[in-house]
Design a protein. Structure first.
Length: 259
Protein backbone atom coordinates (compact mmCIF):
# COMPACT_ATOMS: atom_id res chain seq x y z
CA UNK A 1 0.00 0.00 0.00
CA UNK A 2 1.42 3.37 -0.97
CA UNK A 3 0.99 6.38 1.31
CA UNK A 4 0.25 4.06 4.22
CA UNK A 5 2.16 5.81 6.99
CA UNK A 6 0.10 7.41 9.75
CA UNK A 7 1.57 9.85 12.24
CA UNK A 8 -0.63 10.19 15.33
CA UNK A 9 -0.16 13.48 17.18
CA UNK A 10 -1.14 13.51 20.85
CA UNK A 11 -2.93 16.37 22.56
CA UNK A 12 -2.25 18.06 25.87
CA UNK A 13 -2.75 16.50 29.33
CA UNK A 14 -2.60 12.89 28.06
CA UNK A 15 0.05 10.25 27.47
CA UNK A 16 0.81 9.17 23.90
CA UNK A 17 -0.40 5.65 24.75
CA UNK A 18 -3.92 7.05 24.23
CA UNK A 19 -3.39 5.97 20.60
CA UNK A 20 -2.59 2.31 21.33
CA UNK A 21 -5.97 0.91 20.26
CA UNK A 22 -6.13 3.28 17.28
CA UNK A 23 -2.72 2.11 16.11
CA UNK A 24 -3.78 -1.52 16.35
CA UNK A 25 -6.96 -0.75 14.41
CA UNK A 26 -5.25 1.06 11.54
CA UNK A 27 -2.36 -1.41 11.38
CA UNK A 28 -4.91 -4.20 10.93
CA UNK A 29 -6.02 -2.32 7.78
CA UNK A 30 -2.50 -2.28 6.35
CA UNK A 31 -1.15 1.02 7.66
CA UNK A 32 2.09 1.55 9.51
CA UNK A 33 1.72 3.92 12.43
CA UNK A 34 3.72 5.93 14.90
CA UNK A 35 2.72 8.02 17.92
CA UNK A 36 5.85 9.70 19.25
CA UNK A 37 5.45 11.32 22.67
CA UNK A 38 5.95 15.03 23.16
CA UNK A 39 9.39 16.15 24.30
CA UNK A 40 10.04 15.37 27.99
CA UNK A 41 7.07 12.97 28.07
CA UNK A 42 8.69 9.68 27.04
CA UNK A 43 7.71 7.84 30.21
CA UNK A 44 4.63 6.09 31.63
CA UNK A 45 1.83 8.37 32.82
CA UNK A 46 2.31 7.40 36.47
CA UNK A 47 6.01 8.27 36.33
CA UNK A 48 5.25 11.65 34.75
CA UNK A 49 2.67 12.40 37.43
CA UNK A 50 5.19 11.51 40.12
CA UNK A 51 7.57 14.14 38.69
CA UNK A 52 4.97 16.90 39.09
CA UNK A 53 5.85 19.74 39.02
CA UNK A 54 8.12 19.08 36.05
CA UNK A 55 10.16 22.06 34.82
CA UNK A 56 11.09 20.31 31.56
CA UNK A 57 7.45 19.68 30.62
CA UNK A 58 6.62 23.23 31.72
CA UNK A 59 9.11 24.55 29.15
CA UNK A 60 7.28 23.09 26.12
CA UNK A 61 6.02 25.68 23.61
CA UNK A 62 3.69 25.28 20.64
CA UNK A 63 6.15 26.56 18.02
CA UNK A 64 8.82 24.13 19.20
CA UNK A 65 6.35 21.27 19.34
CA UNK A 66 5.15 21.94 15.79
CA UNK A 67 8.77 22.05 14.62
CA UNK A 68 9.43 18.79 16.49
CA UNK A 69 6.69 16.98 14.57
CA UNK A 70 7.73 18.69 11.32
CA UNK A 71 11.21 17.23 11.73
CA UNK A 72 9.76 13.76 12.34
CA UNK A 73 7.80 14.07 9.09
CA UNK A 74 10.84 15.26 7.14
CA UNK A 75 12.78 12.17 8.21
CA UNK A 76 10.17 9.85 6.72
CA UNK A 77 10.63 8.50 3.18
CA UNK A 78 7.24 9.89 2.15
CA UNK A 79 4.65 12.29 3.51
CA UNK A 80 2.37 10.62 6.06
CA UNK A 81 -1.30 10.88 6.88
CA UNK A 82 -1.58 13.10 9.96
CA UNK A 83 -4.13 12.34 12.68
CA UNK A 84 -4.17 14.53 15.78
CA UNK A 85 -6.36 15.09 18.82
CA UNK A 86 -6.98 18.43 20.57
CA UNK A 87 -3.73 20.42 20.38
CA UNK A 88 -2.55 17.56 18.18
CA UNK A 89 -5.38 18.48 15.81
CA UNK A 90 -4.14 22.07 15.74
CA UNK A 91 -0.63 20.79 14.93
CA UNK A 92 -2.11 18.74 12.07
CA UNK A 93 -3.50 21.96 10.61
CA UNK A 94 -0.19 23.78 11.10
CA UNK A 95 1.76 20.96 9.42
CA UNK A 96 -0.63 20.88 6.46
CA UNK A 97 0.09 24.60 6.07
CA UNK A 98 3.72 23.61 5.58
CA UNK A 99 2.82 20.94 3.04
CA UNK A 100 3.95 18.16 5.36
CA UNK A 101 1.10 15.66 5.02
CA UNK A 102 -0.86 13.95 2.26
CA UNK A 103 -4.03 14.23 4.35
CA UNK A 104 -4.97 15.35 7.82
CA UNK A 105 -7.58 14.48 10.43
CA UNK A 106 -8.09 16.90 13.34
CA UNK A 107 -10.12 15.21 16.10
CA UNK A 108 -11.82 17.71 18.45
CA UNK A 109 -9.08 20.15 17.51
CA UNK A 110 -8.01 23.16 19.49
CA UNK A 111 -8.82 25.89 16.94
CA UNK A 112 -6.20 28.09 15.31
CA UNK A 113 -5.65 31.69 16.38
CA UNK A 114 -8.71 33.92 16.07
CA UNK A 115 -11.40 31.28 16.66
CA UNK A 116 -12.89 31.58 20.12
CA UNK A 117 -16.05 31.03 22.11
CA UNK A 118 -17.44 32.38 25.36
CA UNK A 119 -19.32 29.14 26.02
CA UNK A 120 -19.13 28.45 29.76
CA UNK A 121 -17.95 24.85 29.48
CA UNK A 122 -15.00 25.92 27.31
CA UNK A 123 -13.96 28.64 29.75
CA UNK A 124 -14.39 26.38 32.77
CA UNK A 125 -12.48 23.48 31.21
CA UNK A 126 -9.54 25.58 30.07
CA UNK A 127 -9.11 28.17 32.78
CA UNK A 128 -7.01 26.11 35.20
CA UNK A 129 -4.53 25.00 32.55
CA UNK A 130 -3.82 28.60 31.54
CA UNK A 131 -2.33 29.02 34.99
CA UNK A 132 -2.75 32.74 35.34
CA UNK A 133 -1.19 34.13 38.52
CA UNK A 134 0.92 30.96 38.90
CA UNK A 135 4.51 30.18 37.89
CA UNK A 136 4.94 29.05 34.27
CA UNK A 137 8.10 27.25 35.38
CA UNK A 138 5.93 24.66 37.06
CA UNK A 139 3.84 22.22 35.04
CA UNK A 140 0.09 21.96 35.52
CA UNK A 141 -1.58 18.75 36.66
CA UNK A 142 -5.30 18.36 36.19
CA UNK A 143 -7.12 17.07 39.27
CA UNK A 144 -9.41 14.07 38.98
CA UNK A 145 -12.43 16.35 39.37
CA UNK A 146 -11.19 18.55 36.53
CA UNK A 147 -10.52 15.46 34.40
CA UNK A 148 -14.09 14.30 34.91
CA UNK A 149 -15.45 17.66 33.76
CA UNK A 150 -13.01 18.49 30.96
CA UNK A 151 -12.39 15.06 29.45
CA UNK A 152 -14.63 12.23 30.61
CA UNK A 153 -18.03 13.82 31.31
CA UNK A 154 -20.86 11.36 30.79
CA UNK A 155 -18.76 8.28 31.52
CA UNK A 156 -19.10 6.05 34.59
CA UNK A 157 -17.04 6.80 37.68
CA UNK A 158 -15.15 3.55 37.12
CA UNK A 159 -14.28 4.54 33.54
CA UNK A 160 -13.27 8.03 34.60
CA UNK A 161 -11.00 6.73 37.35
CA UNK A 162 -9.33 4.12 35.15
CA UNK A 163 -8.72 6.61 32.35
CA UNK A 164 -7.27 9.23 34.70
CA UNK A 165 -4.64 6.90 36.14
CA UNK A 166 -3.81 5.39 32.75
CA UNK A 167 -3.49 8.58 30.69
CA UNK A 168 -3.49 11.88 32.66
CA UNK A 169 -0.12 13.66 32.80
CA UNK A 170 1.26 17.12 33.68
CA UNK A 171 1.16 19.87 31.08
CA UNK A 172 2.87 23.13 30.11
CA UNK A 173 0.85 26.24 30.90
CA UNK A 174 2.76 28.10 28.20
CA UNK A 175 1.74 25.69 25.47
CA UNK A 176 -1.92 26.17 26.38
CA UNK A 177 -1.47 29.94 26.23
CA UNK A 178 0.35 29.64 22.89
CA UNK A 179 -2.81 28.29 21.24
CA UNK A 180 -4.23 31.82 21.09
CA UNK A 181 -1.01 33.40 19.80
CA UNK A 182 0.89 33.61 16.53
CA UNK A 183 2.29 30.09 16.89
CA UNK A 184 -1.27 28.90 16.25
CA UNK A 185 -1.86 31.07 13.20
CA UNK A 186 -3.28 29.48 10.05
CA UNK A 187 -3.84 31.17 6.70
CA UNK A 188 -7.15 29.56 5.85
CA UNK A 189 -6.99 30.64 2.21
CA UNK A 190 -3.80 28.67 1.56
CA UNK A 191 -4.22 25.43 -0.42
CA UNK A 192 -3.80 22.33 1.70
CA UNK A 193 -4.03 18.55 1.54
CA UNK A 194 -7.46 17.01 2.29
CA UNK A 195 -8.51 17.80 5.86
CA UNK A 196 -11.24 16.28 8.03
CA UNK A 197 -12.33 18.03 11.21
CA UNK A 198 -14.37 16.01 13.70
CA UNK A 199 -16.20 17.16 16.82
CA UNK A 200 -18.30 15.80 19.66
CA UNK A 201 -21.71 16.99 20.83
CA UNK A 202 -20.74 16.53 24.51
CA UNK A 203 -17.18 17.90 24.47
CA UNK A 204 -16.77 20.42 27.30
CA UNK A 205 -13.18 21.37 26.47
CA UNK A 206 -13.64 21.99 22.74
CA UNK A 207 -17.34 22.50 21.98
CA UNK A 208 -18.49 21.30 18.56
CA UNK A 209 -19.35 24.88 17.65
CA UNK A 210 -15.63 25.75 17.80
CA UNK A 211 -14.72 22.92 15.44
CA UNK A 212 -17.50 23.95 13.06
CA UNK A 213 -16.26 27.55 13.10
CA UNK A 214 -12.78 26.20 12.36
CA UNK A 215 -14.17 24.23 9.41
CA UNK A 216 -16.06 27.22 8.00
CA UNK A 217 -12.86 29.30 7.97
CA UNK A 218 -11.47 27.07 5.22
CA UNK A 219 -14.35 27.65 2.81
CA UNK A 220 -12.29 29.89 0.51
CA UNK A 221 -9.21 27.66 0.30
CA UNK A 222 -10.39 25.69 -2.78
CA UNK A 223 -9.04 22.59 -1.05
CA UNK A 224 -10.94 19.62 0.34
CA UNK A 225 -12.10 20.30 3.90
CA UNK A 226 -14.76 18.08 5.51
CA UNK A 227 -16.54 18.13 8.85
CA UNK A 228 -18.26 15.51 10.99
CA UNK A 229 -19.92 15.89 14.39
CA UNK A 230 -20.34 12.71 16.44
CA UNK A 231 -23.19 12.45 18.91
CA UNK A 232 -22.33 11.78 22.56
CA UNK A 233 -18.57 12.24 22.27
CA UNK A 234 -16.67 14.02 25.03
CA UNK A 235 -13.06 15.24 24.89
CA UNK A 236 -11.81 11.77 25.81
CA UNK A 237 -13.12 10.63 22.43
CA UNK A 238 -10.07 8.46 21.72
CA UNK A 239 -10.83 6.24 24.71
CA UNK A 240 -14.61 6.27 24.84
CA UNK A 241 -16.38 2.95 24.23
CA UNK A 242 -17.46 4.43 20.88
CA UNK A 243 -13.90 5.10 19.68
CA UNK A 244 -13.99 2.44 16.96
CA UNK A 245 -17.00 4.06 15.28
CA UNK A 246 -14.95 7.24 14.94
CA UNK A 247 -11.93 5.30 13.71
CA UNK A 248 -14.06 3.49 11.09
CA UNK A 249 -15.42 6.80 9.80
CA UNK A 250 -11.94 8.29 9.63
CA UNK A 251 -10.53 5.23 7.86
CA UNK A 252 -13.30 5.37 5.25
CA UNK A 253 -12.66 9.10 4.76
CA UNK A 254 -8.92 8.52 4.29
CA UNK A 255 -9.55 5.80 1.72
CA UNK A 256 -11.93 8.08 -0.16
CA UNK A 257 -9.37 10.90 -0.37
CA UNK A 258 -6.15 8.98 -0.99
CA UNK A 259 -5.99 6.68 -4.00
Amino acid sequence: MENNKILFITGAFVSSNCWDEWRTYFEASGYTTMAPPWPHKNAPAEELRNRQPDAAIASNRLQDLTDYYAEIVRQLPEKPILIGHSIGGLIVQLLLQRGLGIAGVAIHSVPPKGIFTLKLSFLKAGWGALGFFTSTKKSYMMTFKQWCYSFTNGMTTEQQTASYYKYAIPESKLIVRDTVGNAAKVNFKNPHAPLLLTSGSDDHSIPASLNYSNYKKYKNSNSVTDYKEFEGRNHFVLGQPTWQEDAEYILAWIKSKIV
